[in-house]
Structure formats: C-alpha cells, structure tokens
Design a protein around this ligand. Sequence first.
Ligand code: ADP
Ligand code: AMP
Length: 215
Amino acid sequence: MNLILLGPPGAGKGTQSVLLEKRFAIPQISTGDMLRAAVTAATPMGVKAKGFMDAGDLVPDEVVVGIVRERLQQSDCVSGFILDGFPRTVPQADALDESLAQLKKKLVAVVSLQVDIDALVERLTGRRACMNCGKVYHLKFDPPAADGTCTACSGKLVQRDDDHEDTIRRRMDAYHQQTAPLEDYYRRTGLLLSIDGMASIENVQQAILSGLQAS
Ligand code: ADP
Ligand code: AMP
C-alpha cells in the first residue's frame, strides 16, 4: 500500500503516519525527519537545508527529491510506504510520479487532512518531541505521563525550533503558496481522500482507515 499524507504543518500527518505504519507494517517516510537528522549530523545536505528550515521556507526541490528517490528504493518499501510531508510542491509531485513509474509502483491514495488555522497553531505551539526516540506529544491533546519526559523511553521532550509563532506563519504561507495546489493535482487523478482532521487522533485514524477501505 503506497500512501501520501498531505496537509498543512500541524495537521497530524506524522501522528497518523506512525499509527498507519504500525497497522500496515510499512515505513513512514518523513522528509522533515530525514532533513532534521541531516542537520543534526551536519552532513553537506543538512548544512544546505538548515537555513531554509530555520526560516520556515521549503528546502529546494532537488535536495528533497533526491533523498526520497533513494529512500523508495530501499528493501523495506517493497510492500508499501507512507510519505509524510512529501511531495510539497508540484515539481516534487511530478518527480515522484517519475520515480514511481521507474520503480513500477502505484499510489493507492493521497490522504488530505483538513484542519483549521487556529487549531493548527495550537497544535504546533503545543507540540513536543523526544530528543532520544523522536516520539511526538502534545502538551494538551496527547500529553506524556510525566512532564517533559518521554513515556516510551524517558528521553527529554523538546520544542522544535520552527514551532514558534513567527516561523509558523512563514510555514503556513509556504503551504498555501506551494503545497495547497497539490490538492487539485491529486483530485484530478482520483486519488484524493479528504479527511476531517479536526477530530481526536483516534477518530481521525478511524476515518482514514474507513476511507482507505472504501477507496
Ligand atoms: P504534522 O506532522 O502534520 O506537522 P503532527 O502529527 O506532528 O503534525 O501533529 C502536530 C501536533 O498536534 C502534535 O503535537 C500532535 O500530538 C498533535 N495532534 C495530532 N493530531 C491531533 C488531533 N487529531 N487532535 C489534537 N492534536 C493532534
Ligand atoms: P516537517 O517536519 O514536515 O514540518 O518539515 C520541517 C521543514 O523541513 C519544512 O518547514 C521544510 O523546511 C523542510 N521540508 C520537509 N519536507 C520538505 C519537502 N518535501 N520539501 C521541501 N522542504 C521540506
């Protein structure tokens, strides 16, 4: 099952991808996570990406397209994958079509999470992630058992540098200008599965599973 999760920053793409990953035993491929790992490791790609990410801008297409192309060829993607945060521009979507055709793979659905702007800002400002295992929490909607500590591995929870209000605004602009056109792009292919992302984490997951079953 080859899926894309589409939606603005904070819509719940990562949260839902992790649940789908467990359910279907297929990997979540998050370009944001891959880029953050490259920044932390200070690889040449990480050094190049850092400035764009800190500013809340998209990293250039050729950088992101390259990492996804390589990732899709890995053996754990044979039974499927969940793309989280990619594609984010029309050229990225075109490049993905090309890669999938070369690999003789087909998308089964593009799950588009619909969440209003006030909820997005509240979700992003309350998001915390474990420095050790990467598990994502929310201070109000999905809190850890103990303040500041990962329930899964006891690692320290931190706020992402780009989850502050000024950068959030810039990321929303990037979404509206560069990513929102992908809704029409995938609607035209008949693959778009529009999901109300305002419900609880569990109910959004149920809606996605029902939508996938019906599609
Ligand atoms: P994205 O990957 O789309 O940027 P995340 O999955 O990281 O978004 O979710 C952003 C924040 O919102 C996280 O702190 C997460 O715990 C929280 N969250 C995700 N889905 C929901 C939901 N349905 N209701 C409330 N909070 C949610
Ligand atoms: P995310 O974790 O998906 O919120 O992404 C964090 C940041 O990584 C974004 O604000 C971009 O700077 C960068 N990024 C992630 N995915 C992409 C992508 N597909 N194209 C361009 N930039 C990306």
